[in-house]
Ligand binder design. Structure first.
Ligand code: PCA
Length: 213
């Protein structure tokens, strides 16, 4: 089995993006899964075509895209990507789409097809703070989750996909005063657990993970 795991390059004035830091430290083999990695540009215009190329090259069974969500306290495995682009800040191409769809004629949303609740349960068992998230926001990460599931929907090969939002790393939080953070080694462990759990099972568990907000 092959897993493609992607990170993003730094954006919004940050010197690093913990997602690409963590992805570069992944083991090349997790159990029987071969791990292939790529870094996507934080760009509405370019990220999906770079992802598409990486998918066509790696021919993965599982795709996990990872991105930074500064301010979050947990490893947040996303349930859904929506057909909305509404940027709070410009992306790395200085583009700031507001109230535009990801794909004009596309469905309103796509669900991730990784077993998100089982993955969250396994991360917690390993002592990592983790949660199912019901919004990936409306910036490039949501764009790429939606685009990933849109690519998968029409791709001739069968694969499953999902998206993980991760907190700042301590080096970023040290400069921000009061922001939550997580050590990159813990983020790496979380990603490896998601890959292993997704490879081991195709169905999810039905635990209560609903939230009021
Ligand atoms: N986080 C951004 C885009 C790139 C990244 O790492 C987001 O949450 O949309």
């Amino acid at each position: 089995m092959i897993a493609l795991v992607t990170g993003f390059d730094p954006f919004g004035g940050d010197a690093v993006n913990p997602s690409s830091l963590a992805v570069s430290r992944l083991r090349k083999n997790i159990g029987t899964v071969t791990v292939v990695t790529a870094v996507l540009p934080t760009s509405y215009a370019k990220s999906a075509s770079v992802l598409r190329e990486a998918i066509d090259e790696a021919k993965p069974d599982i795709v996990l895209c990872v991105g930074q969500a500064g301010g979050r306290t947990e490893l947040s495995l996303e349930r859904i990507g929506i057909n909305v682009q509404d940027a709070r800040i410009p992306d790395n191409d200085r583009q700031q789409p507001i109230d535009l769809p990801v794909r004009a004629d596309g469905p309103a949303a796509y669900f991730a097809t990784l077993p998100v609740k089982a993955c969250v349960a396994e991360m917690r068992k390993a002592g990592l703070p983790a949660a199912v998230s019901n919004t990936a926001g409306t910036f490039v990460c949501n764009h790429i989750l939606y685009s990933l599931m849109d690519i998968i929907a029409s791709h001739p090969a069968k694969m499953r996909g999902g998206f993980l939002h991760i907190p700042y790393v301590p080096e970023q939080a040290a400069r921000l005063g009061g922001a939550p953070s997580m050590a990159v080694d813990d983020i790496v462990r979380g990603i490896e657990i998601i890959v292993a759990t997704s490879a081991a099972r195709t169905t999810d568990i039905h635990t209560a993970e609903g939230r009021i907000s």
